[in-house]
Design a binder for this molecule. Structure first.
Ligand code: C2G
Length: 144
């Protein structure tokens, strides 16, 4: 098994197979997988409302057999500290970040410390879509 350490981040709200495949592929890039879970406060500051609270979201990630370490992401700017703390070799994000991340202020510092890999998102599934689908079904039930 590769001794490389891989890190990735997310909100992981209403955990679904898109999240699962992202984490599985991230794990296959190295030997140890470290996963950040955005806190409720961080989501709130980004204008993102979650259905599941931070402890539930963290617990679900922690239970996954192929995840080695889980920690909270309190702030978008903690990435370099995390990379140093855990001795990370590969930094992974979904390819929705491929254009966004290079614009973000921590990008240069992360790039200096480790490889950055963007993995293709799994199509046709997202937490937002699940919330919308549920809301639509609830509305239809009310009408029936
Ligand atoms: N993802 C995916 N396929 C999907 C949905 C999500 O591959 N169909 C990936 C995203 O690209 C991301 C990860 O799963 O890499 C987690 O997704 P979110 O929970 O939506 O993460 P986000 O809220 O964007 O938080 O500092 C970075 C942030 O913490 C990322």
């Amino acid at each position: 098994m590769s001794s490389k350490r891989v890190i990735t981040y997310g909100t992981w709200d209403l955990f679904h197979y898109g999240h699962y495949f992202l984490l599985k592929r991230a794990k296959s890039l190295g030997g140890q997988l470290y996963v950040g879970v955005s806190t409720d406060a961080m989501c709130f500051s980004k204008g993102k409302a979650t259905i599941l609270d931070e402890n539930t979201r963290r617990q679900m990630i922690k239970e996954l057999r192929f995840v080695d370490e889980v920690f909270f992401e309190y702030d978008m700017n903690q990435k370099v500290d995390d990379i140093e703390k855990y001795g990370i070799d590969i930094f992974v994000l979904g390819d929705d970040y491929a254009e966004k991340f290079p614009q973000m202020k921590e990008y240069a510092a992360v790039k200096e410390k480790c490889d950055i890999i963007y993995l293709p998102r799994t199509p046709e599934i997202s937490s937002t879509d699940l919330k919308n689908r549920l809301a639509n079904q609830m509305n239809m039930k009310k009408i029936l």
